[in-house]
Write a protein that binds this ligand. Structure first.
Ligand SMILES: NC(=O)c1ccc[n+]([C@@H]2O[C@H](COP(=O)([O-])OP(=O)(O)OC[C@H]3O[C@@H](n4cnc5c(N)ncnc54)[C@H](OP(=O)(O)O)[C@@H]3O)[C@@H](O)[C@H]2O)c1
Length: 337
């Protein structure tokens, strides 16, 4: 393996104020892996809603500043610290994550040090670019549909259905013959989802939205819901669902607090709960995680495929963020060092 450089280019976050000029590009030392850690030469890393929350200081944790943002990506392990888990990854192509307070850096850099526990070796048939978006959305889509299947729910209702993850839920619904009711917020998203084969799409901006959603949820039996929007949207969906339904809140795209009509909770025995992939994976243990890793990678070119709308070098991180936030439904934006 070629000798490592002593410095690298990295995007740096200097303040959690959400302002564009709090992000710069810098030449910094290449970090070195400690015990149980690996050094990954980054191939690509996407911009996800969780990165936007992190940049604004609104994610579940903060890292000390300055820090490198970017929660997930793919690359090649070029150096490994002590410990079997780290050593067996040496030279391997991996999907990896830095979405943990204990990982000092992030993926929007030429190199990242992360724990071997946060790396998933890529199967030979998986393209390294698809590997860059493997850990956040495909695993979450799989986990949410696993909840629907285990709970034997007849149908699913989901919000922000035009998202990358929403597309995956639609395709998994087809695969497992579970009808999916899709809530979007614009007419163009209705057309786009219908064009990809979605059977049930409702637009929350339409005047008859509540009645249409309620009718579909009751007719199809959508006793489980996946909500990425929060705010008022949670109450609108929960109210539309049948008696005893579960609403799993897994995102906060509206940045609002979750609302719920008390009569849904008291008289109709409905439940609202949260979902965080990191905690869900921890509960599965290593064997469960490895099994899931194989299953998810097997679907990465089909049901769990991520559409990519643009690729930017690290120097254009600000443009990448602007392009993504203005066109979230158009696919992922990648930073490619
Ligand atoms: N809890 C977890 O462990 C976990 C794991 C993975 C992902 N997630 C969450 O999953 C969600 C989807 O992620 P993604 O990467 O698939 O998203 P994405 O591809 O970037 O798409 C975001 C979608 O949300 C829509 N949207 C944005 N703001 C909205 C609002 N205020 N109200 C309604 N719709 C809005 C966008 O529509 P427009 O085009 O109209 O803006 C777009 O269709 C995010 O909330 C993310 O945080 C959570």
């Amino acid at each position: 393996m070629a000798a490592l450089p002593s410095t690298m280019r990295a995007v740096q976050l200097r303040d959690y104020d959400g302002k564009p000029d709090s992000i710069t590009i810098a030449e910094v030392p290449v970090p070195r892996p400690g015990p149980g850690e690996v050094l990954v030469r980054v191939f690509a890393s996407p911009v996800n809603p969780s990165d936007l929350m992190f940049l604004r200081g609104m994610y579940g944790f903060k890292k000390s500043l300055p820090t490198v943002p970017g929660f997930e990506g793919s690359g090649t392990v070029v150096e490994a610290g002590r410990g079997m888990m780290a050593q067996i990854l040496k030279g391997r192509r991996v999907a990896c994550a830095a979405a943990d307070a204990k990982v000092a850096g992030g993926m929007w850099a030429e190199y990242v040090v992360t724990s071997a526990k946060f790396c998933m070796p890529l199967l030979k048939r998986v393209e390294i670019e698809q590997g860059a978006t493997l850990l956040v959305n495909p695993l979450t889509a799989w986990a949410l549909m696993d909840e629907a299947r285990r709970g034997r729910h007849r149908a699913v209702v989901q919000t922000a259905a035009a998202s990358a993850l929403g597309h995956m839920i639609i395709r998994l619904g087809k695969k497992y013959s579970i009808p999916v009711i899709n809530v979007v917020r614009r007419a163009a998203q209705v057309d786009a989802l219908r064009a990809m084969g979605a059977d049930y799409v409702v637009n929350s901006s339409d005047p008859g939205f509540e009645a249409a959603l309620r009718s579909l949820c009751h007719r199809l039996g959508a006793t489980i819901g996946f909500d990425a929007v929060s705010g008022e949207m949670s109450a609108r969906v929960l109210t539309a669902q049948p008696q005893g339904a579960r609403l799993i809140v897994y995102g906060a795209l509206s940045l609002g607090a979750v609302h719920a009509d008390p009569s849904s909770l008291i008289f109709e025995s409905k439940h609202v709960e949260g979902f965080w992939l990191s905690a869900w994976l921890r509960d599965r243990g290593l064997v469960g995680q490895l099994r899931m890793a194989r299953q998810v990678q097997g679907l990465l070119a089909s049901e769990l495929k991520t559409e990519i709308q643009a690729r930017f070098p690290l120097e254009q991180a600000a443009q990448a963020l602007a392009q993504y936030t203005a066109n979230m439904s158009a696919g992922k934006v990648l930073l490619v060092p």
